[in-house]
Design a protein around this ligand. Sequence first.
Ligand SMILES: [Zn+2]
Length: 174
Amino acid sequence: MKKMRAMWQTFRSDVDRRVRTTRMLGLLFLAGGFVVIAKAWDGASNHVRVDSQFPYLLSGGFMGVGLIVTGCMLLVLASMRSERQAQSKQFDDMATLLSRTLGRMSSPAGATGTEAIQVLAGGDTYHVAGCRVLEGKPDLPAITVRQAAAEGLAPCRSCDPPRLAEVTEQNSSN
Ligand SMILES: [Zn+2]
């Protein structure tokens, strides 16, 4: 699970880099487009006769507009990507919060034994209250063992909290 989380982290920062690169490319294309149009304008103004201005304006204009359109598309793509990223992060947080709330509401009646025991949820692991790993982190949410297992949290090695029997079986068969 820790490995998967690490992979997800690198994937996320990878997306970050891609968004930045796409944004840079978009700005480059935009700048290039304006330069090309300015050059075409310049080239055309060197010719006094209108019919010899046309080739410059046409080819330069089309190329410039093409570059600008491409640049805009890249910028839009980058912002869409980063937005989706932010949304999926928010969605993850919301899903965790919701399932915790639901778990807390349903656990007193539904769950019994080990899975109803309250533990504290850390980033990757869960703990019993008073674990020394948790020193300086007083605000960890309290969840049930079942919820911790559902979120893929591993039992802390230091305080050795209760764990679900079915979960340990699954782990050993993998
Ligand atoms: Zn612990």
